[in-house]
Design a protein around this ligand. Structure first.
Ligand SMILES: [Cu+2]
Length: 275
């Protein structure tokens, strides 16, 4: 005796789900990602105190996208299987048009989804871009065609790179640092992937943010805004070190004569940036 239709459909749906699961496993296994990386959805290991907030927002967005995707794909696959044409002489079923409640549903449901996602972005972005009233440590970042200069504002020394010689920004670990971004020429974007954070560097504007690097190490950074012929060479490194190592590096810069601050391209000094 053959199985009844509902059990047959259930079995096919289960097989389909198992095949999709296997496919996802193979995709992760062959992508070269470790399980840890796959769980972070491709984000690098976070190296600041604030980075987990960004990582959670990213993972949360993926989970909700997958949940919505699974619901939509599930409904499509179920409809294809349950309402498929079963014989050649089967008539076309009654077509549904101008169904106001359904049209209302698929207008309002995406709106609600977007509003929920936007509210999380709003909450985290406000927290991440808030500036503390008292900052102990300030770095002036100057993005120019085509490299970077880093001004150690309190210490009064600087470091400048060239397209052939990438500069290194030294930061003391576990100290909240304010970054002041300026450009004397065109738009650039200051991006350190391990900080899970980037911000545009705009001529005539002062963009600021604060982060607390909390893991010792050297992290690559780059310009994330196509800015001209040598954009690809706007590379730099960030070295997160202990306070004594940081002080030793500052003393070394001073001994090399890299005193004073590199020109930021801004005329105004009211936010504390020296032009
Ligand atoms: Cu650039």
């Amino acid at each position: 005796m053959a199985s009844t239709r509902p059990t047959l459909i259930a079995r096919r749906l289960r097989r389909g789900a198992a095949a999709l699961g296997m496919l996802a496993l193979v995709a992760v296994a062959t992508s070269g990602c470790s399980v840890d990386e796959a769980l972070r959805m491709g984000m690098p290991q976070p190296a600041t105190k604030e980075a987990p907030t960004i990582q959670n927002l990213w993972i949360g967005a993926w989970i909700s996208a997958w949940a919505v995707g699974a619901l939509v794909w599930g409904l499509i696959i179920a409809a294809v299987i349950l309402y498929r044409r079963r014989s050649h002489d089967e008539a076309l079923p009654k077509q549904t048009t101008y169904n106001v409640p359904i049209e209302f549903l698929y207008t309002v449901a995406p709106l609600i989804m977007i509003m929920v996602l936007a509210s999380f972005v709003w909450r985290d972005q406000s927290e991440l871009t808030a500036l503390s009233s008292k900052t102990t440590h300030t770095i002036g970042v100057v993005g120019f065609r085509w490299s970077w200069a880093f001004n150690y504002v309190q210490e009064g020394v600087h470091e400048v790179g060239t397209p052939n010689q990438k500069p290194t920004l030294w930061l003391p670990v576990n100290e909240r640092t304010r970054f002041q971004l300026t450009s004397p020429d065109v738009d650039h974007s200051f991006w350190v992937p391990a900080f899970l954070f980037k911000m545009d560097v705009i001529p005539g504007r002062l963009n600021q943010f604060e982060l607390t690097p909390d893991k010792l190490g050297t992290y690559p950074g780059r310009c994330a805004e196509l800015c001209g012929v040598d954009h690809a060479n706007m590379l730099f490194d960030v070295k997160v070190v202990t306070r004594p190592q940081y002080d030793a590096h500052i003393a070394q810069l001073r001994a090399q004569g890299a005193t004073g601050l590199f020109a930021t391209g801004r005329a105004s000094t009211k936010e504390g940036v020296t032009a």
